[in-house]
Design a protein around this ligand. Structure first.
Ligand SMILES: Nc1ncnc2c1ncn2[C@@H]1O[C@H](COP(=O)(O)OP(=O)(O)OP(=O)(O)O)[C@@H](O)[C@H]1O
Length: 508
């Protein structure tokens, strides 16, 4: 992918800094390629159609080494989304690699190969290019990927998962790979801090959400932080216990389907959030929670064996006890009303997929953006008002929609609206209402509940009070139980997503 840089004296300012590979479909190339007397390959509306007499009544040995099973059909189709690569060999064979669906939850690379008709050799290369244009659209081909594997992620199977389900898809798509295992806690920060960002397009974390968090913060430590955050797209391949990033952008927690989504992913700007506490500034990409959610996540480590049920159990216990987490809170509201939020969401979701990244690539010396509202140590900005929340039950700010597979907590969240979606729920609700609220999350009926206070904010300060100790979670990491301030930076980071501008969650 080529970029125009701000320090480039020949830069045409009218050009985008990070254009998508502008590949156009070759002109005058027929959609159908004859491959042998009884076979052809046709570019259909959204799939490649293989017509082959040999497919009829094939035994399980199949044709070209591919098992099609017994069939009376002479055609089969391969969705363009699943086409990984195509090429013409020196001997005239045309080879197409694709992701074959083994089940709804898994794909694996498969291959079809045909000998080209002599009459077709003149336009075979152009036909292949036409196929790849359909298969990749605005997504970059042959991405250069730095793969980070956390061998201790989830159940400790990340390495095996990578080699079995992810690497074969990347290899079939001809991605350029450099693989490294994280050696210790914080290694992701070090790797991102020292990475040669010109060598790669993507960092793919085979981990939970912990390694992406480290990578964002490693970038944040660099003198060229802003450039690194735009230049390199982050992706997560679900190999951990918390895989929110993959659910939101790849639309799956299946490693092989996620690998396919990454191969076909579109560069997508993502808001990142500066969190200041004491003298520290960290970047958050997922969520911040104070009270119940933080406690359920961080104080139930001893119940890890229960899987995601530990979270539900923790939640239920606290709801039934009507546990309150009092705090003083000031917010910079951008959308305070659910109708306005819904309108914003629908306007964005009606847009077509993003065809290119239109941000300017920051110059090499550009660090993190300045903080508009200062830090937690500065006086409260003039227009903000600290409001006492003495009966606060849940304070949860989300930058993504899904927090876990059944928890689309922030259905109105958008990747780059410059806002966090902020949830506040009182602790003193009738128990029945609280339980109904918990159940409504999985049913996607949560947003409209009248007692769910849901706003879009661009910054806030929270000062917990009347509690000796407690839990604050930033992207699942515990920070000291002390006041902090958060501020959103619109589109500061970059990820890969299916649509280029939306999460893969049911919206509002
Ligand atoms: N080799 C290693 N040894 C020990 N810890 C490591 C190693 N590599 C990475 N880590 C740490 O593992 C933590 C969790 O990583 P990750 O998110 O990938 O997995 P996870 O199973 O989803 O984790 P969790 O649910 O505990 O957050 C990160 O904080 C990271 O620093």
């Amino acid at each position: 992918m080529s970029f125009v840089t701000e320090d480039d004296p020949f830069k045409d300012p009218s050009l985008d800094a990070a254009p998508a590979p502008q590949r156009t479909t070759p002109a005058n190339v027929p959609d159908t390629l004859a491959v042998g007397r009884n076979a052809s390959l046709t570019l259909g509306t959204d799939s490649l159609v293989v017509l082959d007499e040999a497919l009829r009544d094939t035994s399980s040995a199949g044709c070209c080494g591919v098992s099609f099973g017994r069939s009376t059909k002479t055609t089969r189709s391969i969705a363009f989304h699943n086409v990984l690569w195509a090429e013409l060999a020196d001997d005239g064979d045309i080879t197409i690699q694709y992701a074959h669906a083994d089940s709804k939850k898994a794909v694996r690379p498969a291959i079809i190969s045909y000998t080209l008709d002599k009459t077709e050799s003149g336009h075979a290369s152009a036909w292949i290019e036409k196929l790849l244009v359909r298969a990749y659209g605005a997504s970059q081909r042959q991405k250069r990927v730095k793969v980070l594997i956390n061998p201790f992620g989830g159940q400790g199977t990340a390495l095996k998962t990578y080699h079995k389900h992810i690497a074969p898809i990347f290899a079939a798509a001809r991605c350029e790979l450099e693989v490294e295992q994280t050696q210790h806690n914080g290694h992701g920060v070090e790797i991102a801090q020292n990475l040669d960002i010109e060598k790669f397009d993507v960092i793919a974390c085979c981990s939970g959400d912990g390694i992406p968090y480290e990578v964002w913060n490693g970038f944040a430590n660099r003198p060229d932080a802003a450039r690194a955050l735009v230049k390199i797209a982050l992706a997560q391949l679900p190999c951990g216990s918390g895989n929110a990033m993959s659910l939101n952008f790849n639309g799956t927690d299946s490693p092989s389907l996620a690998a396919l989504a990454v191969v076909k992913g579109l560069r997508t700007p993502l808001d990142l959030v500066s969190v200041t506490q004491g003298s520290k500034r960290t970047l958050s990409f997922l969520s911040q929670s104070v009270g119940i959610v933080a406690e359920c996540d961080l104080a139930t480590e001893n119940l890890r064996w229960m899987g995601s049920a530990r979270f539900t159990l923790g939640f239920l216990t606290r709801i039934l006890r009507k546990t309150a987490y009092p705090a003083d809170i000031a917010v910079k509201v951008e959308y305070g009303d659910k109708n306005a939020i819904r309108e914003l969401y629908r306007a964005e979701s009606s847009k077509p997929p993003r065809s290119h990244d239109d941000r300017t690539l920051p110059a090499a010396g550009t660090g993190l953006p300045d903080l508009k509202y200062g830090t937690i140590n500065d006086p409260l900005p003039d227009s903000w008002e600290l409001v006492a929340h003495d009966h606060l039950g849940n304070f949860y700010a989300g930058n993504l929609a899904y927090m876990s597979p059944d928890a689309n907590f922030f259905p109105a969240a958008l990747p780059s609206d410059g806002c966090l979606d902020l949830l506040r729920i009182r602790a003193d609700l009738p128990r029945r209402t609280s339980i109904a609220t918990l159940l409504a999350i999985a049913d996607n009926k949560f947003f409209d509940m009248p007692h769910v206070d849901y706003q879009k904010v661009s910054a806030y300060r929270i000062i917990p009070k009347n509690q000796r100790d407690g839990y604050i979670s930033i992207d699942g990491e515990r920070i000291p139980f002390e006041p902090y301030q958060a501020e959103v930076h619109k589109g500061l980071g970059t990820v890969l997503s299916k649509s280029g501008h939306m999460f893969e969650a049911k919206g509002v």
